[in-house]
Design a protein around this ligand. Structure first.
Ligand code: FDA
Length: 342
């Protein structure tokens, strides 16, 4: 991601049009429409081709992405470790369209595990099953993810399976359970999203199983028949699910929770709950994305909590980056103003 190129005249026009369209959407319909528009853009091929090829966009994206290579990610992970933070690394790329691409992603992640071991980093790896071929061939995807779990296990490391769109939740949980129970990989964890109605049932089962779970709010565009349309409801559900997964029963079953949020209300609710219940700071962890709320990350570490930072890297940074813009429209103005200034 080089920083010395300038915006071409060619791309100023479409980017300016996006700016005008985005501003118009906010003015007329409010922020939730902008969020939907950005989530649409995160999947639109034309927008990806336009933005990914803008050198200044790469520079701005580095606020949230470690860089394009393993070296970039290793350097960022090392710095975070030195500041007392754990890391989970993510090789960016979702929804590959051929098995060859899925195998290439698998091979990169195998190399990533080797590198983490060699560099003695305090870092696990997170992966999206669609990157390993989930939308093309489930059997091949399973083989790919099994080889990652095996490599992680060889090194005493862990693999976290990210959660994607709601249509993939059943198959993702199914693959997670096959790895855990049929193949005996106890080093594999999964993710649940508080915006889905179904998640409370999933969580109760995962508590019985003593699973390693990351709880997040959910980052995709979901219809009202599967996800709470109101943010307040998914926030309330987040607190409820956090309490269920940090309950005495859950901890006795061996459950380990990653509370993944930048929302101070969620963080404070977790702090209050663990203080009230006398839960040790080593029995769970907070998780945040690289580049977001660094102040909060630092202050939690200073208070003695465990904090894990999700460090994405790779050339396919576009959809990840645009989802981050969708979460906080202020980021969009930051992005566009930087584009125009460069
Ligand atoms: P919310 O969006 O309500 O934001 C609360 C506050 O946090 C904001 O007011 C702002 O201050 C700050 N903030 C949040 N996002 C910001 C941003 N982009 N830039 C700047 N400030 C921001 N999702 C998913 O569907 N599947 C998954 O597997 C994962 N994995 C995952 C791992 C980790 C470690 C994290 C932290 C998050 C995920 N997510 C995810 C994303 C998650 O679902 C959610 O979209 C984001 O975390 C944003 O939600 P918050 O809980 O931060 O709250």
């Amino acid at each position: 991601m080089s920083s010395n190129s300038s915006l071409t005249r060619h791309s100023i026009i479409p980017v300016s049009l996006l700016l005008v369209l985005g501003t118009g959407l906010v003015y007329w319909f409010g922020e939730s429409w902008l969020r939907h528009f950005l989530l649409y853009l995160s999947k639109a091929r034309w927008a990806r081709n336009l933005v990914s090829n803008l050198p200044p966009a790469k520079v701005v994206a580095r606020r949230f992405v470690a860089g394009e290579t393993i070296e970039d990610a290793v350097a960022v992970a090392r710095q975070l470790n030195q500041r007392g933070m754990h890391v989970t690394m993510d090789y960016l790329g979702e929804s590959v369209s051929t098995i060859k691409e899925a195998e290439a992603a698998r091979d990169e992640i195998l190399r990533l595990f080797d590198r983490i071991e060699r560099e003695k980093l305090d870092a696990t790896v997170s992966v999206k099953l669609s990157q390993l071929g989930l939308k093309i061939d489930t059997g091949q995807t399973f083989k790919n993810v099994r080889s990652l779990a095996a490599r992680a296990s060889e090194y005493g490391n862990r693999l976290r399976i990210d959660m994607e769109e709601s249509v993939l939740v059943d198959i993702t949980l199914d693959i997670y359970r096959r790895l855990r129970y049929d193949e005996g990989f106890s080093n594999v964890g999964v993710v649940v999203q508080s915006y889905l109605y179904r998640t409370e049932d999933d969580v109760r089962r995962l508590v019985d199983e003593g699973a390693s779970v990351r709880l997040c709010k959910g980052a995709y565009m979901e219809p009202a028949n599967v996800a709470f349309p109101e943010k307040q409801d998914s926030d309330d559900n987040f607190v409820k699910l956090m309490q269920i997964m940090l309950s005495e029963k859950a901890r006795q079953n061996g459950m380990y929770l990653g509370v993944a949020t930048h929302d101070e209300q969620m963080v404070n609710a977790t702090r209050s709950f663990v203080q009230r219940e006398g839960i040790d700071a080593h029995e769970f962890e907070f998780q945040m994305l690289y580049g977001i709320r660094r102040d909060l990350q630092e202050s939690l570490v200073n208070e003695g909590y465990q904090v894990r930072i999700y460090v994405p890297y790779g050339t396919a940074w576009y959809p990840y980056f645009v989802r981050r813009l969708a979460e906080r429209p202020a980021n969009l103005w930051f992005f566009l103003s930087n584009l125009v200034r460069r």
